[in-house]
Write a protein that binds this ligand. Sequence first.
Ligand SMILES: [Zn+2]
Length: 201
Amino acid sequence: MGLRGIEFFVSDPRVEQRYVDDQLAALAAAIDGGVEFSESEGEFRIGWMLTDLVRTDAGYLQIHEPDFVHMPIRSVASLDRTFLHFASQVRMAEKLGFGDQLDLPTIAHACLVCGRYHEGERYVMERFAPEGLRDSGWYIGCADASHDHNDAQNLRRISLYEACLQRPLLAAYVGLPVGVQVLISAQGLEAATHQGIQLAV
Ligand SMILES: [Zn+2]
């Protein structure tokens, strides 16, 4: 049986319709442009999300997103997080004055974390120039000034997806450009600088 169409599901009422409409338009344009979609894992990018295309018995390709619970990644038949994350990334870039500089890595890109980045209420994110194609440039560390972040033994490289499992709010910040540093607490953004200059938050 030939491919009957592409489908995706959205159930979270916070997802704005315009993001769904934009995605439908992008899919329609790709199909009109001759793109032939087929089953694949983690190759179809929407925003920073790497989604799976899953063939259903009814002959549709269903777009699945990572569940942000499991590591290694497990996918679910939804695009809720894909759209919510993208909306939060656009909002944060606009809020800090980088609306035209959104620079999204993917969830598979690497970041550098300190061994305690998931401890405590506050944490710091700073974006450096990426080291290679698979690096996002992001550093994520604890806010404990006594923790030596220059000691390589206290640092390791993981995927942004893995970091996001521990610090779900970080998804909103990953599209900010190189040179940005943010201090984040459970309440959200506390302070931000760009190349050392304080930004209004
Ligand atoms: Zn630390």
